[in-house]
Every structure is written in structure tokens, then in C-alpha cells.
Design a protein around this ligand. Structure first.
Ligand code: ANZ
Ligand code: ZN
Length: 826
């Protein structure tokens, strides 16, 4: 049969995009019903920073979430799929300084550009819930939340050494320091002593760790591993050491209290207050010189095992509580001021760092655990394993670490010289920033009342109108500069006296720690969100975003959720049930970058191939979590696939609603098997394979139209409709065109996903009787359309048939497919 001759519209992505974008907007196709008639599901993409127009990375990230949202919608769920912008932040401020403008101008212009591109890209967002974190009606509630944290003792200010980026001219959270460098600009981070605001996330360390059980199997393993590592739980003990000439004992944290008899010296972090307090007069000058040097080293350098050990004797001794030994106290930069207690008991025999130090400064090494390995005092290789305790008083002869540790802890506890303890690597979250374009911290500093939170009814504390040079970083916040004086100087809300606003702004990670709640209650002005709305929609069923947020954002937002839970505002403890980390789009094996000149412009690609082809190409390229190399992909092949799909829909020659039961069974089987597989593939997020199945369905349908039952067969319509629904997840524009060609009213997004007819999944089989010399020797289940040769081969291979032939040659085989094979031996 030749191709149907019919007047068909050719594939025109640009026309289709324009038309359906308009339709979706007017129809509000993607606004949830929220009437309880359908089960609700919340699909969320990590919201973008408005850095410029969308790029290839956005194209990948957002299409994955969109596939999930569109699939669930077709499956009958009421889907919330919102969009907004994380719109405070440094790049806007830097742009404003350069252009002598206000950061808001750059920010909101970029947001409009991105919004237009998102619409064009066919993302099924509910635009009515759109938010921007830099809007006053958003950051008012960021401030309100700060006040709640403050009341609960979860926001506090302290003076300490903090990470300072000399190029961004602001402090950084530990999470923002990557291998000693500023996460944003890669400048070497130094330490500065400053009075800064913190969130007491350490109060939640154990819950952040324990509740990960709920995420196991639903979040990528590597994200959970990174969070676990970052929280860094250590079990051990605090041990109190008396320092000669000082009343108060000094406590150390150790994971190996069982090695206490091997502690031959004591080390304090040089910048810990303790070092300065205990250093002897003779050693002070040397110590101070050393301290100056320490400040130049990064944390990574300090912990590196490669780096030669440095240190200075402090001229005092500590007393080992288990044996009364006097051990020298040193300051050394391999001990960090902000971990544990900033002081360690050094056990050189069993800790390599301590051993390196002992070697350098010729301090004694005493083995207390005999592991069978050579003596560390000879080899300078510390032995960290299990063994038998020696030189260890009451522990001598014991052979396992668990009892060794618990015996020592018991003994320390009974004498009041120590206790079992758990510590965490996690530090409190340093949230204040000395930059302008962020949410002002709603605190007023009053000379007589101290810190006074701005009363809720006076929120928001709006940013003043600073622009251009006034935003130039000077080491303090622009809000502390002369241009902001009128803004800064206020009456104390408590006593009415002269007071000043806090001049720092919040880290933008504060803004992004609660935006997903706000989407449930857009415009709500009784709080950050209405708990009722959140109860209906949350937790988020599917969160999608890059693995670069594995620690920072994903840890912070989990912390916020737990605090809100404790405040009684939400009734769950984990906000994101499932997490998908999409891969990156690279080009020629490398990340796209300006300097390499291998960038691929998303807008250009869309102009050339159309949105559907780009979306489908990106999805088809591989599993969602893997990186895809643009150089390996062929959007033009995808265009041909979409053209073929459209043509199939155009060729269908039966009426909508026709009963498929009478249609061609072979094609019906392909259709139902495809839908069945799509269900499994989409549920397990193997989207790339789902696209491949749709390609096969197009081929099977085309074959039936051209060389089989023909375009009027009801099975062809059934196949074309299933194809259209499946395709609508990836290529929403052409799917709307196809749906219309098939005689349906838009939108295909709100159609119903096909149900699978189980009967069509099993390939029916018939029984074939095999006779040898007229006697039935076998009954074989075979396909009704089995070929004669295949059937003959099958019959002759049967074991019973072979046995009855007993090696005799065959004279004749009569085949009546599919029911009978008759064999006549000689
Ligand atoms: C004695 C000892 C003996 C240690 C031994 C280890 C092995 P984690 O596991 O990471 O929690 N330590 C404690 N505070 C420190 C600080 N501020 N800077 C650098 N090191 C510090 O590490 C805990 C161990 O790291 C502690 O146990 C302490 O050394 C060291 F055979 O105490 B240990
Ligand atoms: Zn006051």
C-alpha cells in the first residue's frame, strides 16, 4: 500500500510554539485544581539564580522535572509545578557597581529574560505562584523567620575567627570554602576575627543525620554520603587535663580515650584563646610570631599530612589524668581551633599526625596498643588498629578496643575527669554577609537594650536605595557606609533611644531554605505560608536539581524544615521525598566555558531545531543523572522523528472514539506493551529509554499504515493516541498539534494516560501437536503466527520426539502451522 495522499501540514516548530504558548497561558493549563478531586503531587525544580538568559544546563535540569510533572498530570494527579527566582546575591551587586545602577535593575531584567525563555521552552509551570526572594513581600517573611529563630535561641551573634574572602570582601560559611578557596571567586580564603550572626544548626546535627533514614533509597546515595560526611559524627570522650599554674582544667576531645596512657604531649590550636592564656612569659614572643604565620595557612594546608609539622612549645605542662605524668604543652597549626575543643592529647604511637610532630620535635613515642606491627617509635609509622593493651595500667592484657574504650570512660567518669561524648564536624551556619543585595537582618543594636529584634509589625526592614559606587565593597557592609546613615539610624523599639540597625544582610541560602513552602501559599500575608496549604501539598514528591547543592542548600533547607516542624508549622520532618540530580551538558568532553569557547547557545539551538527537538534530544541522550556531551547528539535526527510522529497522527483515518477492539491485533499488542513499558520506565525515571520506545512505536504504526491493516484500522488510532500522550512529556508542542490532528480538543496535557489491557501483553499461544509415525509425541505451545520452518525445527528439537525417533533418518515432515507437525521416519 502506498503512502496516503492527504493534504498535510508540514512540521513547523516556530508556528506551533507560538500558538500553544499562547493557548497554555490563556487556558492556565498548568494551574492545579486544588479542589481535592485528585491526589496532589508537588514537583519542584531548584529555582534559578537570574544570572542571564537560560543556558544548556537549565535546558537539561528543567526538562527532567517537566517530564515528571507532565507524566503525573496525565496519570491523573493534581500537580503543583511552580517557578520563581533566587534573586538576591552578589553578581547583581557587582553588575550594579560597574553600571552605576541599582542591583534590582539588572536582577529583574534578567528574570524577565529567563521567564520568557522558560515559557518558550514549554515548561509546564503554574505561573500564578511565581516568586522572587528579593521582593519585599518575600523577604519580609525571611525576616519574620529570622525573628522566630532568634526567639528560639537559634540565631545568635558571636565574635570569632571566620572565613574571609578578600576578593568578595565578605565572610563565608564553612560550606562556601572549597579546598581553601572561595566557592564563588576562587580567591584564597583567609581568617578574620569578626562579630557575626550564626544559625545554631549544630543543635540539629543528630536529627539531620538520623532522619536521613527516611531519604535512603529516595535520594541519590552520594548526596546522603556527602551530608553524612559533612555532619561528621565522631564517638569518643572528653578528657580533662590539669595545666600547671592554671585552676581550670582543659578538656580535649578524643576518639581514642583508650590510648590515654600513650599521651606524651599536649597540643593547642595557636589561635585558640587558651594558647594565649597559658603561654609562659619566656615563650610568648616566639608564640606570637608563630601565631602570625598560622593565619596565612588555609585549613586544607593545615590538615595536610604531607606538610612538614610546625609548632612552638608554650613553656607549660599538663598532667595526664590516668598516670599523673607531666607532659609538655605545645601550640601547632595541625590542631584546628574550631573542632572539638581546639586542643588534643597527642598519642604519637597511634596517630600519624602526632607521630610526625613527635619526630620533628623529638618528643617521646610510647606504644600502648600492640597490634603486632613494628614499634612506631622505630618506624615512625603509627599503628591505628586493634591489638593488646600494653604500658596501660589497668587496661594491660585487654585485647579489644570496645572494652578498652568503655573501661577508660568508666574510670574517667568515676573520678570526674572525663566523660563519653559525641562530637560533630558540622559548625553553626554563619549567615551574615557584608554585602548590600540581600535580606537585611532585622535587628537593631541599642546602647542600652542591646540586640532588639525589629517587631513583626514593622517588617519588612526594606533595603535603602543605594546604587553604583555606594555599593563598592570596603570590608564592611555598604549598609554601614555614609550613604545609608538615614536608613541605619533609628529609634530603639524597646526604649526609644538612639539606636542603629544591623548592617549585614543574610546569606542567600537563607532565602532558598524556605521558598518551597511559599509556593504553596502565594501572596499569603498572614505568615510565610499558610500551614493548611502546606499540609495539602507537601512534602515535595519530586525535587530536581544539581548535585553541586548536595551539602549547602540541601542541608540548610532540611534544617529549616525541622525548625518549622518544632514550631508546629509543618507536620513532616523531611521536605523532599525524592531527589533527582540531573547531569550536566558538556561539549567535546569538557564543561562548557567561555574560555574554552565550546559553549553551545540554547537560544540558537532552539531557533535552529525547535524546542521539542532540543528537549527530546537532551532527554534521549542518556539517563537523567549522567552528563551528556552535546557533540555526540543529533537534534536533526530528533527533528525527523518528530516529523514522522506528526505524519502518523495526520494519517489516522478513523474517527475519534472508535472501538480499538476490532483493530489489528499485532499493532494493538505493540501499543499496549509500549504503554506498559513506559509506565515502568517513567516511574523509574529512565526517560531516555522511554523515548526509544516511542521511536519504535512510530515505526510499528507506520508499518501498519503503509503495508498492513491501513490508516483506517482502529488500532492505528489507538497507537497514534498513545504515541501522542507519551510524546507530550518530551515534545509538548508537536504533541498538541498531533492531538488536534487526531480530532481532540486541547490540551493533551490534561488528557488521560492510556490504560494497559493485560490481555494484550501476553502473546497468545496455540498448542501444536507433534506426531511421529501417527502417534502424538509432543504438544508445543507456539505463537499463532509461527512460520513453517521455525515450527519444523522446534518440533524436531523436542526431546520426546528425538527419543521416539531413536536415531532413525527422516523420510518426510508434514507441517500445518501452527497446529500440527507430522514426522515419518524411514
Ligand atoms: C587522641 C588520639 C589517639 C586520637 C589516636 C586519634 C587517634 P575525628 O575522628 O575526625 O573526630 N583532634 C581532636 N580535636 C582536634 C582538632 N581541633 N584539630 C585536629 N585534630 C583534633 O578526629 C578526632 C581525633 O582528632 C581526636 O582523637 C584527636 O586525636 C584529633 F590514636 O585523640 B585523637
Ligand atoms: Zn533600647
Amino acid at each position: 500500500m502506498s503512502e496516503q495522499v492527504r493534504d498535510r501540514k508540514s512540521y513547523d516548530p516556530a508556528l506551533s510554539q507560538e500558538r500553544w504558548q499562547k493557548f497554555w497561558a490563556e487556558d492556565q493549563t498548568f494551574k492545579p485544581l486544588d479542589d481535592g478531586s485528585r491526589e496532589r503531587r508537588y514537583v519542584l525544580d531548584m529555582f534559578p539564580y537570574p544570572s542571564g538568559d537560560l543556558h544548556m544546563g537549565h535546558a537539561e535540569a528543567f526538562v527532567m522535572g517537566d517530564v515528571v510533572a507532565r507524566y503525573w498530570r496525565l496519570k491523573g494527579y493534581d500537580v503543583l509545578h511552580p517557578i520563581g527566582w533566587d534573586s538576591f546575591g552578589l553578581p547583581a551587586e557587582n553588575a550594579a557597581i560597574k553600571r552605576n545602577a541599582h542591583p534590582a535593575e539588572w536582577t529583574y531584567a534578567n528574570i524577565e529574560t529567563q521567564a520568557t525563555s522558560f515559557r518558550r521552552y514549554g515548561l509546564s509551570f503554574d505561573w500564578s505562584t511565581r516568586l522572587h526572594t528579593s521582593d519585599t513581600d518575600y523577604y519580609k517573611w525571611t525576616q519574620w523567620l529570622f525573628n522566630r529563630f532568634y526567639e528560639r535561641g537559634l540565631a545568635y551573634r558571636k565574635n570569632s575567627f571566620v572565613n574571609w574572602c578578600p576578593s568578595c570582601q565578605t565572610v563565608l560559611a564553612n560550606e562556601q570554602v572549597v579546598q581553601g578557596l572561595c566557592e564563588r571567586c576562587s580567591a584564597t580564603v583567609t581568617k578574620r576575627q569578626l562579630n557575626q550572626w550564626y544559625f545554631r544548626i549544630t543543635d540539629y546535627a543528630d536529627r539531620l543525620l538520623d532522619d536521613m533514614q527516611l531519604l535512603e533509597g529516595h535520594w541519590p546515595d552520594r548526596v546522603l554520603a556527602m551530608q553524612r560526611n559533612w555532619i561528621g559524627r565522631s564517638e569518643g570522650a572528653y578528657v580533662d587535663f590539669v595545666i600547671e599554674g592554671r585552676d581550670e582544667p582543659v578538656t580535649v576531645f578524643t576518639t581514642r580515650p583508650d590510648t590515654l596512657f600513650g599521651a606524651t604531649f599536649f597540643v593547642v590550636a595557636p589561635e585558640a584563646a587558651l594558647a594565649d592564656e597559658i603561654v609562659s612569659d619566656e615563650q610568648r614572643a616566639e608564640f606570637e610570631a608563630y601565631l602570625e604565620n598560622t593565619k596565612k595557612a588555609t585549613e586544607i594546608e593545615r590538615q595536610s599530612t604531607e606538610r612538614p609539622k610546625t609548632g612552638v612549645f608554650l613553656g607549660v605542662h599538663a598532667i595526664n589524668p590516668v598516670n599523673g605524668e607531666r607532659i609538655p604543652v605545645w601550640a601547632a597549626d595541625y590542631v584546628l581551633a574550631d573542632y572539638g575543643t581546639g586542643a588534643v592529647m597527642a598519642v604519637p604511637a597511634h596517630d600519624q599526625r602526632d607521630l610526625d610532630f613527635a619526630k620533628t620535635f623529638e618528643l617521646p613515642v610510647r606504644m600502648v596498643v600492640d597490634t603486632g606491627e613494628p614499634d612506631p617509635a622505630q618506624t615512625f609509622i603509627a599503628t591505628a588498629g586493634d591489638g593488646t593493651y600494653v604500658n596501660s595500667g589497668e587496661l594491660n592484657g585487654l585485647a579489644d578496643k570496645v572494652s578498652g574504650v568503655s573501661r577508660i570512660i568508666e574510670s574517667l567518669e568515676s573520678k570526674g575527669e572525663g566523660r563519653g561524648a559525641i562530637t560533630f564536624r558540622l559548625r553553626d551556619w554563619l549567615l551574615s554577609r557584608q554585602r548590600f543585595w540581600g535580606c537585611p537582618i532585622p535587628i537593631i543594636h541599642c546602647p542600652s537594650c542591646g540586640e532588639v529584634p525589629v517587631p513583626d509589625d514593622q517588617l519588612p526592614v526594606e533595603l535603602p536605595d543605594l546604587r553604583g559606587a555606594a555599593l563598592q565593597p570596603k570590608g564592611t557592609s555598604p549598609l554601614a557606609g555614609p550613604e545609608a546613615r538615614a536608613w541605619r539610624e533609628v529609634a530603639c523599639p524597646k526604649c526609644g533611644g538612639n539606636a542603629e540597625r544591623d548592617t549585614d544582610t543574610m546569606d542567600t541560602f537563607v532565602d532558598s531554605s524556605w521558598y518551597f513552602f511559599r509556593y504553596c501559599s502565594p501572596g499569603f500575608d498572614g505568615g510565610p505560608f499558610d500551614p493548611e496549604d502546606v499540609r495539602r501539598w507537601m512534602p515535595v514528591a519530586q525535587y530536581v536539581g544539581g548535585v553541586e547543592h548536595a551539602i549547602l542548600h540541601l542541608l540548610y533547607m532540611r534544617f529549616f524544615t525541622k525548625v518549622l516542624h518544632d514550631m508546629g508549622m509543618v507536620d513532616f520532618i523531611e521536605p523532599m521525598e525524592k531527589l533527582l540530580n540531573q547531569g550536566q551538558v558538556i561539549n567535546q568532553g569538557k564543561a562548557m566555558s567561555k574560555s574554552l569557547g565550546n559553549g553551545v547557545d540554547l537560544g540558537e539551538q532552539i531557533d535552529k531545531f525547535g524546542v521539542d527537538a532540543i528537549r527530546t534530544t537532551v532527554v534521549f541522550a542518556g539517563p537523567p543523572e549522567e552528563d551528556i556531551d552535546w557533540a555526540d547528539l543529533s537534534p536533526s535526527a530528533t527533528v525527523r522523528f518528530l516529523q514522522r510522529s506528526l505524519r502518523v497522527a495526520q494519517d489516522v483515518a478513523s474517527e475519534p472514539g472508535v472501538d480499538p477492539a476490532a483493530g489489528d491485533v499485532a499493532l494493538r499488542r505493540v501499543t499496549h506493551q509500549t504503554v506498559n513499558e513506559l509506565n515502568q520506565l517513567l516511574d523509574s525515571q529512565r526517560f531516555n529509554v522511554a523515548v526509544a520506545r516511542l521511536m519504535e512505536l512510530v515505526n510499528a504504526t507506520r508499518k501498519t499504515i503503509d503495508t498492513g491493516a491501513g490508516a483506517a484500522d482502529p488500532a492505528v488510532r489507538e497507537a497514534a493516541e498513545a504515541l501522542t500522550l507519551g510524546l507530550s512529556l518530551f515534545a509538548p508542542y508537536v504533541a498538541e498539534d498531533m492531538w488536534e490532528e487526531l480530532g481532540h480538543r486541547p490540551s493533551v496535557a490534561n488528557a488521560t494516560w492510556p490504560t494497559v489491557d493485560e490481555k494484550l501483553l501476553v502473546n497468545e499461544s496455540v498448542t501444536c501437536v507433534v506426531q511421529v509415525k501417527g502417534k502424538v509425541r509432543a504438544k508445543l505451545p507456539v505463537s499463532p503466527d509461527i512460520g513453517e520452518d521455525e515450527l519444523k525445527e522446534l518440533a524436531l528439537a523436542d526431546a520426546n520426539v528425538q527419543r521416539s525417533l531413536d536415531g532413525r533418518a527422516i523420510r518426510q515432515v508434514i507441517v500445518r502451522a501452527p497446529k500440527l507437525v507430522s514426522i515419518v521416519p524411514v
